[in-house]
Design a protein. Structure first.
Length: 71
């Protein structure tokens, strides 16, 4: 309860394409939002995205709420 709530990072302006990359394998995707099949995780106050392949491979660790450093 003593931790500070992380503030949202500023989103790109409409029309500006953002580049999202997988925190594990580096696969990239371009668009206003990451693909719907990608997973978003907040670890140590940082938002990380994982592609569908990496998310499926590590689904048990993700559901067990292990940090990605443990996978």
């Amino acid at each position: 309860m003593d931790e500070e709530t992380p503030h949202r990072t500023q989103q790109p302006a409409p029309g500006d394409a953002a580049l999202f990359s997988c925190a594990l394998c580096g696969t990239s995707a371009e668009g206003d939002a990451p693909p719907p099949t990608w997973l978003c995780s907040v670890e140590n106050g940082r938002r990380q995205y994982f592609c569908q392949t990496c998310a499926r491979t590590h689904i048990r660790a993700i559901e067990g709420r292990l940090d990605s450093a443990w996978w």
